[in-house]
Design a protein around this ligand. Sequence first.
Ligand code: SF4
Length: 205
Amino acid sequence: MTALTRPMTDGLMGGRLWLYSNYHCNLACTYCLTESAPKVARRELPVERLPEIAAEARATGFTALGVTGGEPLLVRGLPGALVATAAELPTLVLTNGTLFTRRLLGDLALLAGLEFAVQVSLDSADPATNDEMRGPRNFVKVVEAIPRLCGAFWSPFGPTVHGGRLDTDLLITRTTRPLSIPAGAMLRIAGAAGARPASDQLKIY
Ligand code: SF4
């Protein structure tokens, strides 16, 4: 039991800690909340730090990890790092689903049998609507990739970048480690507000 057990049980804080692995992306969706695109600054969280953050997250009381970007699967060495994070906590990677080459699928095979899932993004069940935002033939490319994976899910994120500058509206602290500090800050804000925060999921950059 940790200081986060009760807030999570009460629904005050989500159990999944989200990590932004990088900000660049092979797509350039018209609405992208992180303004990700092929040529933006990479701003990568060093992949070798993921296992250590996962271990700290588990010790702090988080019950799951999410890895997002940008497009996380562009990060060299990510599959190996995910093996290590999944050994600590159930791990989800959020991807645009366009990079599943035979080689990448081979690398991801290391994760077979671990508590690991892939969440694939599409923006509409209508191919034309989806492709208008995400690029030509995106819909068919992603749908063709899904059968090669174990699952497909969807999740929203709050805005993090506007006009190339970090949006600080939702910033609760600039201290990200140890994780108990941002988690404590989030709970203090929720307590002061006397209600659940707009988001119950802590994200660090
Ligand atoms: S796939 Fe995701 S991260 Fe990449 S540009 Fe589109 S919305 Fe942004």
